[in-house]
Structures are given as structure tokens and as C-alpha cells.
Design a protein around this ligand. Structure first.
Ligand code: NAD
Ligand code: ZN
Length: 341
């Protein structure tokens, strides 16, 4: 079958031909319809330090997808051939303390689809049936293809109550933008989004940010005062991984504020801890999506009218994947979809 794989230990991803994956007793065989390119795929493409440590050469990449069940192992129940599915990309062990307590997103042994095991940039994908999520009709193939990053946004944004709250989001990458949409949909008052990229800030405004701030030109503190906020933000969602953005967030939070951290900073990130301690801030690290509470919330948000379609700015046939990666690398995009059908 056709697949996009990391064939060489150097920058690039290559179209190749690999055997169809084998279906285990508890697995689903999924025919891929559409995939989306994640920031992680761009890291793997660039072959940065993290990917060199993590990704085996030869691996089929990709973990954002939608497809159709075309086969299954003999132990599988609850799915039928023809079901439209996306899936959770963290394959958990099932036996660690957190897995056994139902907190699968905290599994200490999780393995990433398209990162450590064969991924979705292929005509067929095999995953444990446990990891698949059956899609309601209201979720189109395009939107289902971006459920993985949407799940990061939903998991982070819904970590704390949002109704009537003032929310600061640092980083208007696809995940930050979708978090702004979720916060607004869920009833936040001000949803202020920062970035240094005007293209992305414009998209954030279209998706639900009530005010965007280009911190290369504008002062967050001045904007916060100008919109009439005298005390500070109630909820902070860090979605850039940039230390200066996190530091500005800590300064901008109100006392008792709650901060969720999704963005992955460099190894060391110095902060002014007195902001955390004297303000009584609550900090929460976020990894992945809750299995499967986040997935149910995602479907419900779409069914209750949240429109993510402006997030998808580019559609390409999979043979043009190089262009897709270039577009992602340019920063002048929302989500880029590759069509496999
Ligand atoms: P992205 O790289 O597309 O977005 C990051 C954004 O931050 C960019 O738009 C960039 O211009 C912006 N930025 C740069 N400097 C800034 C500054 N000073 N202030 C504000 N914004 C600034 O990434 P994404 O795909 O949207 O993901 C967001 C973050 O979450 C990344 O760090 C990613 O690695 C991380 N991530 C974490 C998890 C997890 O499970 N914890 C999962 C997926 C992604
Ligand atoms: Zn586990």
C-alpha cells in the first residue's frame, strides 16, 4: 500500500510502498479517507533533536485521520464494517495504575501512532478497537480528520469552568485557535489570544477570539486594560511553548487564576515563581486527550453548533504532500488536509 514514511535519518518524508498492516485479534483495519498534518509531523519531517530520539527510521508517520472500518480481529465487539471512525493516537498499556483506574490519558507506557508505531499516512491503518471513536453524522470527514488536535484544545480549554470567565490564550497555532473557539462557545466573556503571526491571529478572530494581540507590536497589559479588565484573567491556556509567552501570562493572571499548559517549552523555562505563589495560581499540565471523555465532548461541541470549518485552510491530494508540509512550515495556514481517496 501507499504510505508516507520517514525513510532516511535526514530532513524529509517520502512516499513509499509498504505491506498492509496485520490485524490482531483486538484490532480494527481502517481504510484512510483523509489525514491532517500536525506540528509533530513537521518536527519529524525536519528531523529535529526530539524526533531523532523518538522516531524509528522507516516508520509510517501521521496520526490525524478519518477513515472507514474495513476489517477487524475476532475479539472485536461494538464495531461494524463500514463504521466511520477517527481514533485516539495514544495506545495505552491497560495495566498501569492509571490505566486500571480509567485514567488512560495518564498512562506512563503510552505509545504514539505515527510516532513510535505505524501511523495513518497510509492507505490502511491498524489500531486497537479500544482506540477507535465512532463518528456521529454531524461530524464531516474534514472535521473528523482534525479531531486529534481539536481534542488537545478541548481537553485544555475544558480543564476549568469557563462560563463568564476572562480567558487568555498564548499561541494561535491551530490548537490555540480551536481552544479560543471552544472557550467562546462554552460561555467565556473575554477570550484574548496572543501570537506574533498576523495570519493566525486573523483566523483566531474569525474563530471566536474577542481580541487578538500581536505581542511583537502591542502590549498585552495595555490591551487588557483597554478592554476594561481591571483585575486580570481567570483562566490561562498556554499553547505556544514559548517561555516569554508563559511569563507574560503569569503576570496577566488574576489572583486565584487557573492555568493549563499544553505548549511544550524548551528543556528549561525560568519563571517568576512569586507570580504563582503569591497569586495562588493553579497550574495544570495537559497531555493528549482524556479517553474518551474528551472525544465525547468534541462530538457534542460540533453537534451543538461549534463550526470548525474555517480551521481547514488547505486541501491537497496526498500525492502533493510535499506542498502540504511546505504550507505548514510557512505558518501561513490553519489545518492542511491530505486526501487519500
Ligand atoms: P504551533 O507551533 O502551530 O503554534 C504555536 C504558536 O505560538 C505559533 O502560531 C507561534 O507563532 C506562536 N508564538 C510564537 N511566539 C509567541 C509569543 N511570544 N507569544 C504568543 N505566541 C507565540 O503549535 P500547535 O500545533 O498549535 O500546538 C501548540 C503547542 O502545543 C505546541 O507547543 C505543541 O508542541 C504543543 N502540543 C502539546 C500537546 C500535548 O499533549 N501537551 C499536544 C499537541 C501539541
Ligand atoms: Zn497504562
Amino acid at each position: 500500500m501507499k504510505a508516507l514514511a520517514k525513510l532516511k535519518p535526514e530532513p524529509g518524508i517520502w512516499m513509499t510502498d509498504v505491506p498492509e498492516p496485520e490485524v490482531g485479534h483486538n484490532d480494527l483495519l481502517i481504510k484512510i479517507h483523509k489525514t491532517a498534518i500536525c506540528g509533530t509531523d513537521v518536527h519529524i519531517y525536519n528531523w529535529d533533536h526530539w524526533s531523532q530520539q523518538t522516531v524509528p527510521v522507516g516508520l509510517v508517520t501521521g496520526h490525524e485521520y478519518v477513515g472507514e472500518v474495513v476489517g477487524m480481529g475476532i475479539e472485536v465487539t461494538g464495531f461494524e464494517v463500514g463504521d466511520r471512525v477517527s481514533g485516539e493516537g495514544h495506545i495505552t498499556c491497560g495495566y498501569c495504575r492509571n490505566c486500571r483506574a480509567g485514567r488512560r490519558h495518564l498512562c506512563r507506557n503510552s505509545i504514539g501512532v505515527g510516532v513510535q508505531r505505524s501511523g495513518a499516512f497510509a492507505e490502511y491503518l491498524v489500531i486497537p478497537a479500544f482506540n477507535a471513536f465512532k463518528l456521529p453524522d454531524e461530524v464531516t470527514d474534514d472535521i473528523a480528520a482534525i479531531f486529534d488536535p481539536f481534542g488537545n484544545a478541548v481537553h485544555t480549554a475544558l480543564s476549568f469552568p469557563l462560563v463568564g470567565e476572562d480567558v487568555l490564550i498564548t499561541g494561535a497555532g491551530p490548537i490555540g485557535i480551536m481552544a479560543a473557539a471552544v472557550a467562546r462557545h462554552a460561555g467565556a466573556r473575554h477570550v484574548v489570544v496572543t501570537d506574533i503571526n498576523d495570519y493566525r491571529l486573523e483566523l483566531a478572530a474569525k474563530m471566536g477570539a474577542t481580541r487578538t494581540v500581536n505581542v511583537a507590536r502591542e502590549s498585552l497589559d495595555e490591551v487588557t486594560r483597554a478592554i476594561g479588565m481591571t483585575e486580570g484573567y481567570d483562566v490561562g491556556l498556554e499553547m505556544s511553548g514559548v517561555p516569554s509567552a508563559f511569563r507574560s501570562m503569569l503576570t496577566a493572571m488574576n489572583h486565584g487564576g487557573k492555568v493549563a499548559l499544553l505548549g511544550i517549552p524548551p528543556e528549561e523555562m525560568g519563571i517568576d515563581w512569586s507570580q504563582v505563589i503569591f497569586k495562588g495560581l493553579e497550574l495544570k499540565g495537559i497531555y493528549g486527550r482524556e479517553m474518551f471523555e474528551t472525544w465525547y465532548k468534541m462530538a457534542s461541541l460540533i453537534q451543538s453548533g461549534l463550526d470548525l470549518t474555517p480551521m481547514i485552510t488547505h486541501h491537497l491530494p496526498v500525492d502533493d504532500f510535499q506542498d502540504g508540509f511546505e504550507i505548514m512550515r510557512s505558518g501561513q495556514s490553519g489545518k492542511v488536509i491530505l486526501d487519500w481517496t
